[in-house]
Design a protein around this ligand. Sequence first.
Ligand SMILES: Nc1ncnc2c1ncn2[C@@H]1O[C@H](COP(=O)(O)OP(=O)(O)O)[C@@H](O)[C@H]1O
Ligand SMILES: [Mg+2]
Length: 648
Amino acid sequence: MGAFNTSDFLKQVEEQRSNERALAWEGTFGDYLDLVAKQPKIADLAHARLYNMIMSGGVRENADATHDYNFFLDDLYGLERTLRQLVDEYLNPASRRLDIRKRILMFVGPVGGGKSTLVTLIKRGMEKYSKTDEGGSYAIKGCPMHEDPLHLIPEDLRADFKRSLGVYIEGALCPVCQYRLDHEWGSNINNVPVQRIMLSERTRIGIGTFKPADPKSQDVAELTGSVNISALTEYGQESDPRAYNFDGELNIANRGIMEFIEMLKAEKRFLYELNTVAGEQTIKASRFALIYCDVAVIAHTNEYEYNSYFSNKENEAMIDRIFVVRVPYNLRVSEEVRIYEKLIGQSDVQDMTQGAELDLSRIHIAPYTLKVASMFAILTRLKQSKKSGLTLMIKMKLYDGEKQADWDQRQVRELHEEFSDEGMNGVSPRYIINRISTALVKGGKTYVTPIDMLRALRDGITEYTSHDEERRRLLGLIDEVRKEFDETAKKEVQRAFVYSYEESAKTLMDNFIDNVEAYCNKEKVKHPVTGEDVEPDERLMRSIEEQIGVTENQKKEFREGIMRSVASLMRRGQTFSVSSDERLKEAIEKKLFTDLKDVVKITTSSKTPDDVQLKKVNEVVDRMCKEQGYTMDSANELLRYVGTLLNR
Ligand SMILES: Nc1ncnc2c1ncn2[C@@H]1O[C@H](COP(=O)(O)OP(=O)(O)O)[C@@H](O)[C@H]1O
Ligand SMILES: [Mg+2]
C-alpha cells in the first residue's frame, strides 16, 4: 500500500460528492414524461432492473459453448452453473414479466457456501447501477415508498401510453401520494414533483432486509409499517395516511429488492406477507386498501431448514410460490484456492481466530498449503460415482479441468448430473480458514506449510464430527491428499535441485565421455582439480552405467559403442550431446536424481554435511526462496520432509 495522502483522499471524497450532486435531478411529472419518452428503460419494473443490472456487466462466451455473467466473476468462484440458472431460468423470464416473477427467489445451500455473499453482491450492484445513466430510477418526491411516478397516469390512459411508448404501467398510487395529490397538488398530476432516486440499503431506498428474530419481540409491522401514534392523536383517524408510517421493510424495498434472511425460520405470518407481495405485488397495511409494491423478493435458507420445510405437505401452497436456486459449495480445487486467498486477504479472518493476535494476510503461506486444504475440502463434498474406476481423486481432478487417463472433460457434465445434491455437504471454506488460524496459534509459528495444514485438518476432525464412520471417511481423504502432496513435494524439491538441469547434465556427460575415451584408448585423464594424469574414474563411470543396468561384463562393449557414435558424429562435423544417445541420456538423468536424493538425505540425517553438500543445499534453499515462493523456514521444512520421504 502506498503512503496515505490526506489531500488526495479528501479530493476523492469531494469528487464523489460532486458526482452524486450531478446525478441529482428534479422536475415536474411532465419533465419526467419527457425523460421516459427518451429512455423508456428508466420506467422498468424491479425484476427487469435487476436483470439489466447484471447484463450491464456483459456476458462471457466460453469455448465449451457455455456462458458466464461477468457481474459475478470477481467475487464468486466456481458457482457458474448456479449463476447461469439464476439469470437464465429466473431473472430473464421475470424481467419480461412472465409469471415466474411472482415467485419468491430462494437460494438454498449449505452454510458458508456463498448465499449471503451472492445477495450482498446483488444489493451493492443495484446501488451502483442506480447511479448510472442506463440504470437511473425516478420517484414521486417525498413518497415514503419512493413510488413510480407513472402511477399518476389514470388507468384508462395506460393502454395508449403503452402503445405509444412501449412502457407498461402497473400499480396504483400509494395512500400518501393519493392524499397529497388530492389535497396538496390540486389533483393536477403535472404539479407533482418527481426526483431521481439512488437505491441504498443504508438510507432505506429500494433495498429492504428482514431477518427472523425472537417472534415475541418481532412484529409484522417491521415488514408493513405501523400506525404513528402521535400523528394519530392529531389526525384522529387510523385510516388517514398521515397517521401511518409506511416504513416497513417491504415499503421501503419498493422499486428494488427485498432480502429475506433465513426465510424458512420465520413464522407463518411473516411468510404470508412475503407471499402476498411476491405473488400479487401488494402489501396489506391495516385500515388501508392493498398497497402496490414492486419488488424482487430474494430469500435464502440453509439445506437443513429447506429439507424439513419442503417435505411437509402443509407447506405445499407456499412451496408453489418459491423458485429454488441451489447454491452448493464450489467443487473445483483451483477456485477453492481463490476463495481462501480472498478470505485471507479480508480482515474479517482476524475475527474468526477468536481474539488471537493474528493477521493471516501477513503470514507466510508456503506454496501448496492452500491447495492441499482445497483438495481436502473438495473431496469431502464429492460423491462417489457409480462409474467403475472413477475414484474421488480422479473426479476431483476432472472437475478442475485436468486431463485424466481414460476420462475427459466431456464426461464432466454427465458426472454433474449423476447427483443433484453434490456439493450440498462437506466442509465450508470458513472451516478451512479456521483450521489454518488454529494451526498457527497453536504452533506459535509465523508461517504455515502444507504439512501444518494436513496436521491441522487431522486434528480438527474429532471436533468436526462425532460419527465414527464420517471421521474415518475424512481421515481417509486426508491420507489421499497427503499421498498427492508427497509426490508434489518431491517434484518441487527436485525442481530446485536440478534447476540448471541442462548444465548439470552436460557437465556430468562430458566428464563421463572423457573417462570413457581414456578407458577405451588405455590412456590417462587429467584430474579436474590437481591437473595430474590419473587413471580413468571407474567409480564415476560405473555409477552412471548402473543406472540403466549395464553389468560389469557389458561395460566394455557399452563404452566402445558410445565412442563409436562420438566418432561418427565427429566425422559429420557434429558434437555428441546428452540427447545423442537415448540410453546414456536416461542414465545421466537417473544419476542426477540419485545424487539429489543423496544430498537431500544428507541434509536431513544427523551426519554433518561437507562443504560441497552444504553449498548445494544453500543454493537450493536460495532458489526456492527466490523462484518458488518459499521462505528460508518453509524451504528447509520442505527439504526435511522430502528427506524423510526419500529415507523410507
Ligand atoms: N463459491 C464462492 N466464491 C467466493 N467466495 C465464497 C464462495 N463460497 C463461500 N465463499 C466465501 O465464504 C464466506 C462465507 O460465505 P457466505 O456468503 O456467508 O455463506 P452463506 O450465506 O451461504 O452461509 C464468504 O466470505 C464468502 O465470500
Ligand atoms: Mg449467510
